[in-house]
Design a protein around this ligand. Sequence first.
Ligand SMILES: Cc1ncc(COP(=O)(O)O)c(C=O)c1O
Length: 307
Amino acid sequence: MKYDVANRRIWFKGEILNVNDAKINVLAPTSQFGLNVFEGIPCYWNDDEKQLYAFRLEDHYARLIRSLKLIQIKAPYTVDEMKKALIDTVKANEYDENLSVRQTIFVDGFGSWGSEEPADMFVAPIPRGRTSAEYNKKGLNCCVTSWQRIDDTTLSPRIKCGANYINSRMGQREALRNGYDTCIFLNAKGKVSEGPGSCFFMIKGGKLVTPQLTDSVLESITRDTVITLAKESGIEVVERSIDRTELYTADEAFLCGSAMEITPVYSVDKYSITNNVGEITGILHKKYLDAVLGTDEQHKAWVTAVY
Ligand SMILES: Cc1ncc(COP(=O)(O)O)c(C=O)c1O
């Protein structure tokens, strides 16, 4: 049976429940301090094959394990158990549409921000149309936010934990207040880092340029996918620090991520870049969609069939 989103089934502490019955006490460190790590795992419905494909599942779990290690929470489940939980949850909802699946390990109980346990997990599928507005636009008018991106000396953006998203929120709220779709953060050195929930790429002189992983960015799976697909297409990829003024003179630019896919940046701080999908951005987006839909034979290993 299919459920409306307000009654969708989620996996919670080993059971599949109506989302309204999955309850966490208000004093749990996850609710008090955002003490959790998570993944947003994209799943794409391939209508020709009547199959739902989860994208780069192993890589998402590898990053989740790295986040757990860095924040010192013991993994309460094995990767196989996590994978089974995702598959069982999607099947319980009989989803045949594109999803972002939130898989979160959280610290429960009555401890505080220093607690390591008890840790548990929930798995919640989010139909794609229901994610934040900036993830569903054709192109983005961005600002450079006045808030600095968190960095490895304070709160590492390498850790995908709930608390990090308060920094994202500050930038995103500022962007919306000032009439932009979203923002781009600079890091502590004043170099371009990333969007609030996405990575940044620009095209200059035919080369694809993106900040290095040490420029205060998440180790994004889409970033890695885009780099791989670009290299295979004969596009030169350069990972280097980017100055703010380079944003304003890019030939093309895009933000990318599991939720964002590849979305063109139309302008930054009202400096126009393009008013449509740029040529290289368009090529990469098409290749990305082929990969996530499981139609790219070369990258079939990136997808896991749910049904
Ligand atoms: C801050 C941030 N950067 C980048 C990304 C893109 O990461 P991924 O491609 O693994 O979804 C995300 C999305 O999860 C994010 O939240």
